[in-house]
Design a protein around this ligand. Structure first.
Ligand SMILES: [Fe+2]
Ligand SMILES: [Fe+2]
Length: 229
């Protein structure tokens, strides 16, 4: 079992790693993303909080909870250092190195790094039920906690922040949210939830997303501004 101090230590390592790797990244998307490291640290904390809800709802053991907490903190640590398609594997390597260096038991290190690697799996090719059978329990909880951050008010907020940066008007936001990547992502990922608690949370969050879209459509006039001349 990991202590609260160890959770804080791992968190501090991840926060610093994100900050330093974002500052030195030569990837264009990182450089053009204001406060990229802070946004990703916020996401990491959201995932940890989501994981806590699932752990409690599912009656996880302290051992399982410890693995999931460490994995939640470390899952996206490599976000600014590599291509997104391999960030699960690279994060799992960084997690393994950190945990070994700090003397964590071998079985614990292996479970954390496995869960972190699993969260980076390309989810398209295998149907959700079959995919779930391939994952460790801790890997499933981590992935669910990660996906929950793409489904509800947090997902809507992130989409609004992004669209605001593009200078979108409210009717354009309404259209984009309904047909754009935030909705597509939420609609796709909500099937990759396996625990009872995760499912309940996912349904609540996605319902909020849909209700927000419906309300926005009702309140915002879809009109193009006429050009002069
Ligand atoms: Fe990730
Ligand atoms: Fe993530």
């Amino acid at each position: 079992m990991i202590t609260k101090d160890q959770v804080l230590e791992i968190g501090s390592f991840v926060k610093d790693y994100l900050k330093e790797s974002a500052a030195s990244s030569d990837q264009e998307w990182v450089q053009s993303f204001p406060r990229a490291a802070d946004h990703h640290w916020q996401h990491t904390l959201n995932v940890l909080a989501n994981a806590e809800k699932i752990l409690e709802g599912e009656g996880a053991s302290e051992e399982q909870a410890s693995v999931v907490r460490a994995a939640a903190l470390l899952h996206d640590v490599s976000m600014f250092t590599c291509d997104h398609s391999i960030h699960g594997r690279v994060s799992s390597e960084i997690a393994e190195e950190y945990l070994r260096k700090h003397g964590y038991p071998d079985a614990f290190v292996q479970k954390v790094s496995k869960a972190v690697a699993e969260h980076g799996t390309d989810l398209g090719p295998i149907p959700p039920d079959e995919q779930g059978e391939l994952f460790s329990w801790e890997g499933k909880v981590l992935l669910e906690a990660d996906i929950l951050d793409k489904l509800g008010a947090s997902a809507v907020t992130n989409a609004l922040l992004y669209l605001g940066k593009q200078g979108c008007l409210s009717h354009e936001v309404s259209r984009d949210l309904a047909a754009g990547s935030a909705f597509e992502r939420a609609d796709f990922f909500r099937d990759y939830i396996w625990t009872t608690t995760g499912r309940k949370l996912a349904e609540e969050r996605f319902s909020f997303f849909l209700a927000f879209l419906a309300r926005l459509k009702e309140e915002v006039v879809d009109v193009e501004i006429p050009t002069v001349g």
